[in-house]
Design a protein around this ligand. Structure first.
Ligand code: FES
Ligand code: FES
Length: 189
């Protein structure tokens, strides 16, 4: 077993890892694992559960590549500990859809060419799904003109502001916005 499986990386020689046995509900499956309690949810997903669709970019909350859905809300999985989520429903890009049955947001990214290298794309898609739910719930953003309105028009400015936590090093932003706009407002372009 590698250091990353045991969470042993970074400890001084001879120090014994105190592992925690936890159960996580990931993509509608209960997964049992033993982790160092300091293990991030991102590392638990990637290194323990082998769900490598969720990407590690910065590992400190700045790029959004690690975005997953927890109880329907988008979360940077590098900023939260796996042991905190035993009672939660976690959805990763692998659980949103699959090649023969894409989630509408996944299909929109394919159809609108919303990626280049693809590294940021799982996080972009999970974030976009969570973001649209926030808009439907009437949550205003910094770009919302009337913050008292419960019906928020998802303009390109709103999309850019609300997706600003997801960085794309390839700068595929125009097509990312187009993909999300297509889902949100049925843009016929
Ligand atoms: S890897 Fe989590 S925000 Fe960058
Ligand atoms: S498509 Fe390459 S980082 Fe976004």
């Amino acid at each position: 077993m590698s250091d990353s499986d045991t969470g042993a990386a970074g400890r001084s020689q001879g120090e014994t890892a105190q592992l925690s046995a936890i159960e996580l509900n990931v993509n509608d499956q209960v997964r049992r694992l033993e982790v160092d309690p300091r293990t991030s949810l991102l590392d638990a997903l990637r290194e323990h559960l082998r769900l490598s669709g969720t990407k590690k970019g910065c590992d400190h909350g700045q790029c959004g590549a690690c975005t997953v859905l927890i109880n329907g809300r988008r979360v940077n999985s590098c900023l939260t500990l796996a042991v905190m989520h035993e009672d939660d429903e976690i959805v990763t890009i692998e659980g949103l859809g699959h090649p023969d049955g894409l989630h509408p947001m996944q299909r929109a990214f394919v159809e609108r060419d919303g990626f280049q290298c693809g590294y940021c794309t799982p996080g972009q898609i999970c974030s976009a799904v969570g973001m649209i739910a926030e808009v439907e719930a009437g949550w205003p953003s910094h770009a919302t003109a009337d913050v008292t309105s419960t019906r928020i028009a998802l303009t390109d400015e709103e999309i850019r502001e609300r997706m600003s936590g997801n960085i794309c090093r390839c700068a595929a932003y125009p097509n990312i916005v187009a993909a999300i706009r297509g889902i949100a407002v049925g843009d016929p372009e």
